[in-house]
Design a protein around this ligand. Structure first.
Ligand code: AMP
Ligand code: GLY
Length: 423
């Protein structure tokens, strides 16, 4: 089989490594991929948003199966375009990817179907939003409607900050058209949990839960990033909570999408907050999370490609999806300065003993050498019998990786470990 994976980061590298385990897979193409994946896939210089070129490549190369991993191409209709040419795909069509593509859509969906989430108001008029903020409770959360590279959410501690956020989105258009509409919502508190789920629209199978670490610095300080590390499973996510989420959030969401005529097939990501009033949805993503995937897939016992094909064919209910009863920890190594300005082009050395567990997000070839080429450069994952060993294992592996200006958090998994010890 020839498989194509759209995307180029650590998440895609983790998907590719797992798909490679299927003995029928002869070749994997990554569009665009990055030079750090060269041993696992053929990287092709086509951007993830270049839908026409992706489709042309897939048909010219007689691709048997395609996985569209990032949000942008899903929202732009990459799956629709590939399926129109008869190429089976993993990922939702555009009319279902809107669950991530528009926060106004997802909030209204949750309200309509009584799925627990933060209370909210939608605005398309800046003056009305500013007027509302005169009396709104703070802290409050301002969200741009559309995709904004994960930066479209601002937690405002004061009314002034909230107004500033509204102006930046609606007047200065810092997120372009994504800020034409905004959501202002209630500030929630509690531990956050990420749950990724396979669904074919009829059956929904949650994967092992995980915990992201979004802030750049130790003890959750510093700026928000795309994610500095993850652990799985998430100790806050007990069996009782999992059962409650299945009943009040996961299945109602799948059913709601069906009722709206927007059947979701693919990986549906639930960003949850376990509030004092029960689990609530913070956000939906229409795809695998990054870097959640780098801890979730290494724990998957079942064959990923088989499960993905079952999602595509609508046979998920007859397909085993099993996870190891172990723990995993992924530490992201970034370039100093990230998520703001950083330098790139430093030689990247990955020890042979950790190559299998390293998921490269940003690397390029320069004069025959692998060099850094991004803010988040790579993630390295360890799997072990318990969380404590997984964390120390991941930090041992970090020592086998070298590049100038590297920085990483030293406390990935600490909060999870503390939670386990409190139990
Ligand atoms: P998102 O980009 O939607 O993942 O949001 C980024 C982060 O903002 C989330 O992971 C939460 O930590 C935080 N956040 C989003 N919505 C809320 C909310 N209603 N209350 C508190 N924190 C929130
Ligand atoms: N780790 C959060 C996300 O993938 O959006």
């Amino acid at each position: 089989m020839k498989v194509l994976v759209v995307g180029g980061g650590g998440r895609e590298h983790a998907i590719i490594k797992k798909i490679k385990e299927n003995s029928e897979v002869r070749q994997i193409f990554a569009l665009p991929g990055n030079a750090g994946m060269n041993e696992d896939a053929v990287c092709v210089n086509i951007g993830a948003k270049e839908i026409d070129k992706i489709v042309e490549f897939a048909t010219d190369n007689k691709i048997d199966y395609a996985v569209v991993a990032p949000d942008d191409p899903l929202v732009l209709g990459a799956v629709d375009a590939l399926e129109d040419k008869g190429i089976p795909c993993f990922g939702p069509k555009a009319n279902a990817a809107i669950i991530e593509g528009s926060k106004v859509f997802s909030k209204n969906l949750m309200k309509k179907y009584s799925i627990p989430t933060a209370a909210y108001e939608v605005f398309n008029d800046m003056q009305k939003a500013l007027h509302y903020l005169e009396t709104a409770p703070v802290p409050t959360v301002i969200k741009a409607d559309g995709l904004a590279l994960g930066k479209g959410v601002i937690i405002a501690m004061t009314r002034e900050e909230a107004k500033e956020a509204v102006r930046s989105m609606m007047e200065d258009k810092v997120f372009g058209k994504s800020g034409d509409n905004i959501v202002i919502e209630e500030f929630l508190t509690g531990p956050e949990v990420s749950v990724l789920a396979f669904t074919d629209g009829e059956t929904l199978v949650p994967m092992v839960s995980s915990m992201d670490h979004k802030r750049a610095g130790d003890n959750d300080t510093g700026l928000n990033t795309g994610g500095m590390g993850t652990v799985a499973p998430n100790p806050y996510y007990t069996e009782d909570i999992a059962k409650e989420c299945m009943e009040t959030i996961f299945l109602p969401t799948m059913n709601a999408m069906n009722k709206e005529g927007r059947t979701f097939k693919g990986c549906l990501y639930f960003g949850l907050m376990l509030t004092p009033k029960g689990p609530k949805v913070i956000e939906y993503n229409c795809r695998f999370g990054d870097p959640e995937t780098q801890v979730v897939l290494p724990l998957l016992k079942s064959d990923l490609l088989t499960v993905m094909q079952a999602v595509t064919n609508g046979t998920l209910k007859d397909t085993a999806v099993e996870f190891r009863d172990d723990s995993a920890c992924c530490v992201i190594m970034a370039s100093k300065g990230y998520p703001e300005a950083y330098d790139k082009g430093f030689e990247l050395k990955i020890g042979d003993s950790v190559k299998n567990d390293t998921y490269v997000a940003g690397a390029a070839n320069k004069d025959g050498k692998l060099v850094t080429n991004g803010g988040r450069v790579l993630g390295v994952t360890a799997v072990a019998k318990n969380l404590k060993s997984a964390i120390s294992g991941a930090y041992e592996k970090v020592k086998e990786i070298e590049f100038d200006n590297a920085f990483y958090r030293s406390d990935i998994g600490k909060r999870a470990l503390d939670a386990l010890e409190e139990k």
